[in-house]
Each structure stands twice: as structure tokens, then as C-alpha cells.
Ligand binder design. Sequence first.
Ligand code: C2E
Ligand code: MG
Ligand code: MG
Length: 456
Amino acid sequence: MGVLTDIAEKQEAEQKLHHLAYFDTLTQIPNRYSFMLRLEADIHLASRQSSALALLFIDLDNFKWTNDSFGHEAGDLLLIEIANRLKARLRKSDTVYRIGGDEFTVIVSSYMDNDSLVQLAEDLVGTIGRTFYVDEHKIKPGASIGISTFPGDAANAHELIKRADSAMFQAKEQGRGQVCFFSSHLEQQRQRDQMIIEGLKEAIQEDELDLHYQPKVMLRPDGFEVIGAEALLRWHRDGEVVSTPDRFIPIAEQSNLICELGYWVIDKSCRQIAEWKEQSLGPLTIAVNLSPRQFKDSQLCDYLDSCLQKYQIQPGELELEITESAVIEDIQGSIKTLTRLQSMGISIAMDDFGTGYSSLGYLKQLPIEVLKIDRSFISTIPNPDDNDAIVKAIFSMANALGLEVVAEGIENQQQLEFLVANNCQVGQGYYFSQPLPVKQFKHWLTAQARPLLSKA
Ligand code: C2E
Ligand code: MG
Ligand code: MG
């Protein structure tokens, strides 16, 4: 009897150890270790049989938020519930694994086609998304799923996981609750973006960034007058353009890197204002573009304040160009920031106007001085259809609100004449000059601007 009990206890202990090694203690479903073993084995089998398999990488949306708001116990209960829901939904042959905090995977060893994989993944998103109650709390879970296939997307288990993870990341970026297939195109794009981010981080230190200045010209019936310039960021390495702002600014905007760049631009522009003043050029106003993210940065006003002091900038010498997307989310907060900037003597322009919300209602509330009509409206002048009417409407709206209108992207005489006829006050564009490095800008001001200015 004693021997039998010993054996039974030993077997039980072994089973427990086995369970610990292969199963997740919280949800009781197979763990990361099991997943790796099984994936290797399935891939081996699939390559011998020349068949395919798919990997679904599931990541819960806002799980950290659930944990933070309802407590870790609620978070644990949610993970258990989701493991159970997934298990119940899947066929016996498709196992679900918990491979990390809020990460689950499913290996699908036989499937008809990609559509059926999407159908399955969307079903799982739906299953996970059902409301869950913990005590009195109502939790609405969500998940994003990335899919990769063997042998189509990857040659081994390691690659297959990386690609499903990357597809999941894409799904998150497209808004939560999405299903996304791995695409080498997207992956390449991501790698290129990453290179830009790494490069930009060094660009400031390596002195690769510079500002070019595009003249802004007052359009008077009797002649033109240069009143300032827009500072536009440029990135060169060994004399070559590394990337254009249209490309690198949106990438930098995904992180706080844009603020670092933005503060560099502000400092450099203020220094330029002081320099031009010392050289008795002007008076010239420099307009600096401000990204939505930087507009919301808590240090913005203090930083600007310190620059104004440092370079002795007077009211009207610095202008900030913001876009509608920067203010629309939080009008009240934006009014506060804009009012403070205004009290510091900084004027505010609404850039790219007409491409966003363009609503009179909120414009009326904002303390701004200038509307910059987006280039896309100017480039189609003269246009017998709608655009001219839109531009005219923008002018009359701006007039009613007492705003100055700047037209950007003026490229030819016809556009200029239309704008002057419609009482546009300020113009900017290749017709006058491209954005120029500071030396050439100075040269343009003294040499080329004069004949242009007499060309009324
Ligand atoms: P934006 O603020 O609307 O700047 C005007 C853009 O139009 C500039 O492009 C300028 O070179 C271009 N442009 C000016 N006149 C003409 C014209 O007659 N024809 C055509 N086809 N284009 C013209 P750029 O320098 O490539 O900058 C693109 C965008 O990148 C800017 O649009 C702005 O949104 C952003 N950007 C540039 N510098 C900065 C910066 O320092 N900070 C931030 N946050 N954004 C910047
Ligand atoms: Mg601008
Ligand atoms: Mg613009």
C-alpha cells in the first residue's frame, strides 16, 4: 500500500510540474513555452506535407487602462474570461495560447483561404468584445489581431511570430478592434519610418537641420512689400536632402520627437529675427509652423517666453502657424493657450485652412489673426467650377471675422490677379520665391525683391 501511495504521489507531483511548465497558471490555457514547441512542430509538419498554417496574434486593446481603472483582480478575471471565450469559440484543432500579459495566439493548422482567416479573426474580435461584468463594473473589452501565414510570409517560427506581431501593430494603428494581415509593404514602410526617427534623433546634434525662409508679401494695388517669411525645416546630410518635411514631419509627429524638433525651430527662428534686426533688414515677421502635438505640450508657453526674452523679440515679430486639427479636440483648452500666446505678443495663423473642419462656429471663438488658405485652392485658380467660389467664400468669411487672409502657393500671375481682385492681403508662393537658405534669402531681399516689388 505504502509503495502504491508513493507512486501515486510521485505521479501527481510530476503532473503538477508538467502543468506548470506548459500551462499558464492564471488562465489554465497553454503558455508561451507550449506555443513555441507546438509552432515549431506544426511548421516542421507543414513543410514536410507542403501545407500551410496561419498564426493569429491577439492583443487586447486598452488592457492597461482596465487594470488601472478597475484593479488587477478585475484585470485577471477578464483575462480568464477571454481565454475561456476563445477556447469555446475555436475548433479542437486550433489551440489558443497565452504568451504574455494581454497577448494570446492561435495556431490555425488548416484553413481554406485568407478570407476564412479574416472571418475567423473577426469572429474572435467579436467574441472578445462582448461586455463583461466584474462586481458592479461593466467592462467593454476589445482586441486587435494580426495574421501571418507559413510559408507565404515567413520561413520559420521566429519570423512567423515577428510578422504576426507586426501585423497586429498595424491593426492597432488603424484604430482598435481591427484585423490586419502581414504585408511586406507595410513592414518595409515601418522600417523606413524607424530609420527616419533614428536619423532625426541624431540630426540635431549632427547639425543636419536647417531652416529655409519663404518670403511673405503684402499685396497692395500699388506694389508689393515683403513683410516677413515662413520658416520651413530642411534636412540635409553631406549636401543631399535626406527627407522632405512632408515625409519626416508626420513621422516625427507620432512621438515627442516633434516637440524636440519644434523647439529647435523656435529657437533658431527667434535668433534669426534678432539677427535680421541687427542687420537692419525689415521689419520682418517670421512664421513658425507648430505641430498639433507641440501645441498641446505643457512646456510650450514657457519655452516661447524664454526665447522671446533671450532674443528680445518684440510683439508682432513672431507668428505661429497652427492647423485646425490642433485646436478642434479641445476648443476651451486651445482658447486658453492661444490667449496666453497672444498676450505674449505672438500672432497666430490658421494654416492649411479649408482642408479640415473649416467651421465658422469655432473660428469665431478663437483668438487668431490670420487665415492661410490652403495651397490646393490656389493651385486650381482660375477654375470655372467650385473652387473660385470657395476661395471667395473664405475671403468674405475672413472679412466678416476681421481676419487677415494669406494665400499660400501662388505660382502665377493669373492666380495673383484673382487674389488681388478679391482683396487678399498677403501672398506667398513660388511666384515670388521658393523657400531659400538664409544667405540667399538676404540676397533675394536686397537684389531680387526690388524689381518684383515694382511689378504692381
Ligand atoms: P506648410 O506649412 O503649408 O508650408 C507650405 C509648403 O508649401 C512648404 O512645403 C512650401 O515649400 C510649399 N510651397 C510654398 N509655395 C509653394 C508654391 O508656390 N507651390 C508649391 N507647389 N508649393 C509651395 P515644405 O517646406 O515642403 O513643407 C511642407 C509642410 O511641412 C509644411 O506645410 C508644414 O506643414 C510642415 N513643416 C515644414 N517645416 C516645419 C516645421 O518647422 N515644423 C512643423 N511642425 N512643420 C513643418
Ligand atoms: Mg505653414
Ligand atoms: Mg500651409
